[in-house]
Structure formats: C-alpha cells, structure tokens
Ligand binder design. Structure first.
Ligand code: SF4
Ligand code: FES
Length: 257
C-alpha cells in the first residue's frame, strides 16, 4: 500500500515546528506502524535527509517508549494497542495519516516526535522504595493476599508509563498514571509501610511537574493501551485523603505528621 504521511517535524525544544508531508511507498500490511516509519526513514537517509525521530524500544507493547499521536489519538485508533503493535492492515491504500508527538507542557518536545517524559521518572522517584526486605523468591502463599487485592494490584501494575493518558487529557493530567503506580503498592502488604508517605510525595511531585488536575473526562481510560481503569483514580483519591487525615491526626496528637 502507498500512504501520505503528515508528520510533525521540530528541530529542538525551542524550534516552532511544522507539519511536513512524506510518501510511504510499498508498505506491507503486516508491518507495524513503527516499521512503516522505518521504511520512510531508510528512504530519507538514502537521500541524505534528516530521518524522522521517534521513540521506541521493545516494540512488543511492554516498555512504554513508543509515543505517537496518530490521526489525533494517542497510540492511534485501535483500542488497548500501543503504537508499536498497531499494524498497517488497519489502514487503507491511499490514506492520509497525521502523526504528531504527545502534547503537554510537562512533556517538552526534544525533537520531532520525541518528548521528554522524565517527569514520570521523578514522580516514581518521589514515591521512594518499598522498605520490606523481599529476600529471595518466597514460597508460594507465604504471604497470604486476598485474590481480589492481588488482581487489583496486577491490573494497576500493567501500566507501562507511556504517557498516552496525559496526551489525551485536555488538562494534561497525569492522574491515571500516578493512580496506577500508587495503587500497585497500596493493594499489597509489602507496600503498607510507606503507604501514606508514598501517596503524598507522588501527588506533590505530580503537581510540581505541571500536570493538570482530573475533571472526569475519561479520555485517559479511552486511550490507555493497558486498559487501566479510572477506578484507580478513585482509589488514589481515597489513599490521599486517608494519608492527609492520618497526618493531621498525628499532628494534633503532637506526632511527626
Ligand atoms: S495509565 Fe495507561 S496511558 Fe497512562 S501511562 Fe499507564 S499505560 Fe500509559
Ligand atoms: S516500543 Fe515498547 S511499548 Fe511500544
């Protein structure tokens, strides 16, 4: 198939950026979207032109690196699919496809389609570590965990930190990502020691990074390639309220808070 691509090109963070048109020729419909871009880039490199820069790593839907807004939707129109797993069979010969980077103040553009998502790393770092010594692989069922809690923790841990939720939100809110990361520990006994400190620190860092607030648009859930539910945000809000109340109770009792 042959396609016309409208791609955002931007030299660096201070460049204004613009859409440019490229032809993608002889594309096999079994290729992924990123493999299609590889074909376009090979042609650009052969011509001595600067290739289109985009983020990728595993190309298996597990690392969270790929990040393209395709025809206005982060990761494209296929539900629960990362852009590296989006195949060209979902497009038609002759299609015009618009390719842009995540757009959010907290994710500054580095070059073309590459954005700096280190704000997510700093939120994770603010959460700190789990101080329970996990030791070697424990015997199965050594720490009894209710099935529902174990499944909720696994659902939260499915978040790959891609940032599509931020890109889809009109407020550029990072609530779905942070909620998943808070919840994956809050559901498990190993995460209890720092439970209150962790949620307060991660929410504070999220705000410091310039992400917007959640106004229940549900756009994050709609584009999440891992199907993270907005119910995680409700869980995080409960965790945050509990942590604040506990801190206040300690303060009144003359404790550290
Ligand atoms: S919640 Fe979903 S969209 Fe947001 S970072 Fe995690 S996997 Fe990506
Ligand atoms: S490149 Fe790893 S999830 Fe897409």
């Amino acid at each position: 198939m042959n396609l016309t691509l409208h791609v955002w090109r931007q030299k660096n963070a201070s460049d204004k950026g613009r859409m440019e048109i490229y032809q993608a020729r002889d594309i096999n419909h079994h290729m992924s979207f990123l493999e299609m871009l590889d074909v376009v880039n090979e042609e650009l490199i052969a011509k001595g032109t600067d290739p289109i820069h985009f983020d990728h790593d595993c190309r298996e839907g597990i690392c969270g690196m790929c990040s393209l807004v395709i025809d206005g939707i982060p990761h494209g129109h296929q539900k629960q699919t990362t852009v590296c797993q989006l195949h060209m069979r979902y497009f038609k010969d002759g299609d015009h496809i618009y390719v842009e980077p995540w757009r959010a103040k907290a994710f500054p553009i580095v070059k073309d389609l590459v954005v700096d998502r280190s704000a997510f790393d700093r939120i994770m770092q603010a959460g700190g570590f789990v101080s329970v010594n996990a030791g070697g692989a424990p015997d199965g069922n050594a720490i009894p965990i209710p099935k529902d809690d174990a499944e909720s923790a696994m659902d939260a841990a499915a978040c790959i930190g891609c940032g599509a939720c931020v890109a889809a939100c009109k407020n550029a809110s990072a609530m779905l990502f942070v909620a998943a990361k808070v919840s994956q520990f809050a559901y498990l006994p190993q995460g209890q020691v720092e439970r209150e400190r962790r949620v307060r620190a991660m929410v504070a860092q999220m705000d410091a990074e310039g992400f917007g607030g959640c106004t229940n648009q549900y756009e994050c859930e709609a584009v999440c390639p891992k199907g993270i539910s907005v119910s995680m945000i409700a869980k995080m809000n409960r965790e945050f309220g509990h942590a604040l109340a506990k801190g206040e109770a300690k303060r009144r009792a003359g404790g550290a808070g």
